[in-house]
Design a protein around this ligand. Structure first.
Ligand code: CA
Length: 234
């Protein structure tokens, strides 16, 4: 089955080189240079994924993101932005963007993000509900939800209830960045920005137990000022 990717971008040279790389990787590409075109294509031929530039000539990309996520929440959107403000990345992710890349980006990085987002969308099914898998694995790490058990390279490790829940969310969303606010809401129910500290403390404990090397993590990457991402080895 041919998978169509919608590129929403007004910069022709970016459209050209991203489009070529996607086609080389077997995707079909449709380009929209304005938000108006993007909406028309999105409705008439829903793509498998959207690459969305935030700086569009006729509408704020953030507003378009909101429209797309209202119409088709199951279609993954990767935000492509020249702006590097952390606030904006966080806002886009909290508004439902599935990932983001900052210009200039490497093609192999972009392709990996595209594959992860599409696979994740398939795994979670339409409607964006996570499949209720019970056991998650990542490299030598195994998380068994019903037995509340974690093993690393075959050795059992004890985690507190909160640490376990954080790790579970990261493993359920492997390859995807989870924002501080999203994680905190998921684990503790509400979010106040000063709560980041409690998440950081829990994360530090998790990393210590996983014997993570901060210089080159095996499992959990920090997206500075944004959140955390479980490394997707696939
Ligand atoms: Ca632009």
């Amino acid at each position: 089955m041919i998978q169509t990717i919608l590129i929403v971008e007004d910069d022709k040279s970016i459209c050209h080189f991203v489009g070529q790389a996607l086609e080389y990787n077997g995707y079909e590409v449709v380009i929209a240079e304005t938000a108006r075109q993007a909406k028309a294509i999105f409705l008439s031929q829903p793509p498998v994924l959207v690459l969305l530039d935030l700086g569009l000539p006729d509408e704020d990309g953030m507003t378009l993101l909101e429209t797309m996520k209202t119409l088709h929440p199951e279609i993954p959107v990767i935000v492509v932005s020249a702006r590097i403000w952390e606030e904006e990345k966080v806002k886009a992710l909290d508004m439902g963007a599935d990932d983001y890349v900052v210009k200039p980006f490497g093609m192999s990085e972009l392709m990996a993000r595209v594959r992860t987002a599409i696979r994740h969308a398939y795994e979670t099914g339409s409607g964006g509900h996570l499949r209720d898998a019970d056991i998650f694995t990542c490299d030598g790490l195994v998380l068994d939800v019903p037995h509340h058990r974690v093993t690393l390279d075959g050795e059992e490790i004890h985690f507190t209830a909160h640490e376990f829940q954080i790790l579970e969310q990261l493993m359920r969303n492997k390859g995807k960045v989870l924002t501080y606010a999203w994680l905190i809401r998921k684990i503790w129910g509400t979010y106040i920005s000063t709560d980041n500290q409690i998440l950081r403390v829990n994360m530090a404990n998790i990393r210590k137990k996983l014997k993570e090397n901060p210089a080159s993590p095996r499992f959990i990457q920090t997206e500075l000022g944004v959140g955390y991402r479980m490394i997707d080895e696939g």
